[in-house]
Unconditional design. Structure first.
Ligand SMILES: NC(=O)c1ccc[n+]([C@@H]2O[C@H](COP(=O)([O-])OP(=O)(O)OC[C@H]3O[C@@H](n4cnc5c(N)ncnc54)[C@H](OP(=O)(O)O)[C@@H]3O)[C@@H](O)[C@H]2O)c1
Length: 313
């Protein structure tokens, strides 16, 4: 992977020319927010998912939606040939760690092999790649920096760590954004987040059991979209960690959601991972150091309480 290009030369950006952006993960939480954030862009946007039907009626009209399985190498290669995208924002993935643990073959195909194919296509057509990786490539008792050794905490993390290596091997121009526990407003036809699961459960008077022994930072989706859009405009490449300043346990987040929405906090039961283990292991301390993104991208984060209010406006 090439790094440290300057904005104009790296992106080949000619500000007068609308560019072709290919988004994978059109129906995902991040993908939906990105599409909304592109309303003002003078670019031609193509967005794919295995089934775009759920977003057909709500996606902005300036976006061309296409049904495609990214695991199907041939279809992806034909799409690249046809579109020849300037930029590819690759958010599609098998994102649930427990599912990845239970179906390793699909996780490897979707998260690693499909990303390898996309990166090689990017190299062939000189497209800039923006790839979303995860904090779960680390299992450190300290805040992880971009140059730290990878140590995947579970199979999902492993597939993403391998994907990062395939991107580097392809030699394409790429920005790899390692992100963590994303939250924000629930857009129509979008998947929910941990915060929405808490809200929905409590609204239905369901008891929930939430961990007190996992510490992590979170990332407001608007802050993530702002950084992706910065990269689209400036052509930055390399690894960047993106996360908010504050560190919480899932239990603390659940209580904050309940208090903000005036829901019954007594339904939230504090538990440890030992008491109710998940199928895929999670790190006890998963925190991303964002110093590099602040310095090089001007990354600014919204305080959790402000973002929480905006998420449930
Ligand atoms: N959300 C987080 O907290 C978080 C944290 C760290 C990293 N990330 C990374 O950020 C990215 C975006 O996450 P997200 O929360 O937006 O994910 P998400 O809501 O689970 O959405 C995943 C998207 O990927 C698509 N997809 C999955 N398999 C596909 C396939 N074989 N072919 C085509 N499309 C496929 C899905 O479309 P279909 O349903 O149509 O298949 C969906 O649009 C992911 O790469 C994830 O690993 C997310």
């Amino acid at each position: 992977m090439k790094t440290n290009h300057t904005a104009e030369t790296a992106s080949g950006r000619n500000s007068d020319r609308p560019r072709k952006i290919l988004l994978t993960g059109a129906t995902g939480f991040v993908g939906r927010h990105l599409m909304e954030s592109w309303k003002q862009r003078n670019d031609k946007i193509f967005a794919i998912a295995t089934n775009t039907a759920p977003v057909k009626s709500v996606a902005p009209a300036y976006i061309t939606l296409l049904d495609m399985d990214i695991v199907d190498e041939m279809s992806v290669a034909i799409l690249f040939e046809k579109i020849q995208p300037d930029i590819v924002v690759h958010t599609a993935a098998m994102t649930k760690p427990n599912d990845c643990e239970q179906d390793k073959e699909s996780a490897f195909e979707t998260n690693t092999l499909a990303t390898k194919n996309i990166a090689e296509c990017c190299k062939k057509f000189n497209s800039q790649l923006v790839f979303l990786s995860t904090d779960m490539i680390f299992d450190h008792p300290f805040a992880s920096s971009e140059s730290d050794d990878k140590k995947p905490v579970n199979y999902y993390g492993e597939t993403k760590a391998l994907a990062e290596e395939e991107i580097a091997r392809s030699g394409c121009r790429a920005a790899i954004l390692r992100i963590i526990l994303v939250y924000g407003k629930l857009l129509k036809a979008s998947r929910g987040t941990f915060l929405h699961w808490v809200k929905d459960s409590l609204e239905q008077d369901k008891e929930i059991f939430v961990y007190t022994d996992q510490h992590r930072n979170t990332l407001y989706v608007n802050d993530l979209c702002a950084m992706i859009n910065h990269i689209l405009d400036h052509g930055n490449t390399g690894f960047y960690h993106l996360a908010g300043e504050e560190i919480f346990t899932p239990y603390e987040i659940a209580v904050k959601v309940a208090e903000h929405l005036h829901l019954d906090t007594r339904l939230i039961h504090p538990v440890t991972s030992g008491q109710r283990p998940e199928i895929a292991r999670r790190a006890a301390y998963s925190v991303l150091n964002t110093h590099k993104a602040k310095k090089e991208l001007g990354f600014v984060t919204t305080p959790f309480d402000v973002a929480l209010r905006e998420s449930f406006d």
